[in-house]
Write a new protein. Structure first.
Length: 78
């Protein structure tokens, strides 16, 4: 499922590396955020929003970044 960050980067023709350079972040972390495999800290969200020139809520819409819950055997849920 595409993320807002992924759509914003694609619209600008930016690579993960370009976004990371402009925001002062690590390329691999930007990739994880773009693909929904990580959640941003407030500082990271602000840095990306500033680099993109848009509000934070445009990059990370409320409720859009949900990590799937991992089920554990110990809890008896699979």
């Amino acid at each position: 499922m595409p993320t807002a960050l992924g759509a914003l980067l694609a619209a600008r023709g930016w690579t993960d590396g370009e976004a990371a350079r402009r925001a002062g972040l690590d390329r691999a972390h930007v990739n994880q955020l773009k693909n929904g495999r990580a959640l941003p800290t407030v500082a990271t969200a602000l840095a990306l929003a500033r680099a993109l020139g848009v509000p934070v809520a445009t990059v990370f819409p409320p409720g859009a970044a949900r990590r799937p819950r991992r089920l554990s055997r110990a809890a008896g849920r699979w």
